[in-house]
Design a protein around this ligand. Structure first.
Ligand code: SF4
Length: 244
């Protein structure tokens, strides 16, 4: 079950990834702010029908760590729900201590790594100019040292970065995550997905690099889960119909 801590009509992010399934970034920002008051999230969460949920996941229309109240929201969700909590982040702010403190509260953190050099980072993730690739790598390594939960590196592959797979695998290995997920955009996206044979080749590169130490999952080996809003009118009100 997803919670969108940005919940805005306009996608608010530090990146403008070439494959973003939410379209182009409309608001670029590195400033953390409160987009949705915590009590509003909790009120909506209390109204969710009683369905089986494995994880409550913070993700959404932009970068969730931009929400200044992310840590407060995680704490508040724990008071009303017993499921594990995950955050899906692009890792652009993970070198910041306040962001690390918030992410430490989650049971699982899934962090993006799609590039092996500052040049390809700019080409694939199209970050704001003040987001520095090396800071992300240092931030991820620093966070790994203090984080006891499950750290997952998510790498999205398209034609733009498939040649970099061996170098991305080496960098991911250095971070020492618990898992690595190999993705390609299978939902509606401005970038074409790679075919299964390319993803199988990339997955084999990662598996060879990681051995038994790190579990490597591939998007074509996983069942594609459908997602739907609990309250379509509420989601439409927040995001506009085109994002549903
Ligand atoms: S980080 Fe996520 S939300 Fe931001 S542009 Fe990339 S894919 Fe889209």
């Amino acid at each position: 079950m997803g919670i969108d801590p940005i919940s805005s009509f306009q996608k608010t992010c530090t990146f403008d990834c070439i494959y973003c399934q939410s379209g182009r970034t409309e608001v670029f920002s590195c400033e953390r702010e409160v987009f949705v008051p915590t009590d509003e999230v909790i009120r909506e969460l209390r109204s969710v029908p009683d369905v089986a949920v494995d994880y409550i996941t913070f993700a959404g229309n932009g970068e969730p760590t931009l929400a200044k109240n992310l840590g407060e929201m995680i704490r508040a969700v724990r008071m009303v729900r017993s499921e594990k909590i995950a955050v899906i982040t692009n890792a652009s702010l993970i070198d910041r201590k306040d962001v690390q403190q918030d992410l430490l509260l989650a049971d699982r953190v899934e962090a993006k790594l799609d590039a092996a050099s500052p040049d390809s980072f700019k080409k694939v993730n199209r970050p704001m100019f003040d987001v520095i690739f090396e800071n992300i790598l240092q931030g991820l390594s620093g966070f790994r040292k203090i984080y006891k939960g499950q750290l997952v590196i998510q790498a999205m592959f398209t034609a733009a970065n498939k040649a970099e797979a061996p170098r991305i695998a080496a960098m991911a290995l250095e971070i020492r995550p618990d898992e690595i997920e190999i993705n390609t955009p299978l939902r509606v996206s401005p970038a074409k997905p790679l075919p299964p044979e390319d993803i199988a080749e990339i997955t084999a590169i990662f598996r060879k690099a990681c051995g038994d130490r790190i579990k490597v999952r591939s998007v074509y080996e996983a069942k594609l889960e459908e997602s739907r809003p609990f309250s379509r009118p509420a989601t439409e009100r927040r995001r506009g119909k085109e994002n549903l």
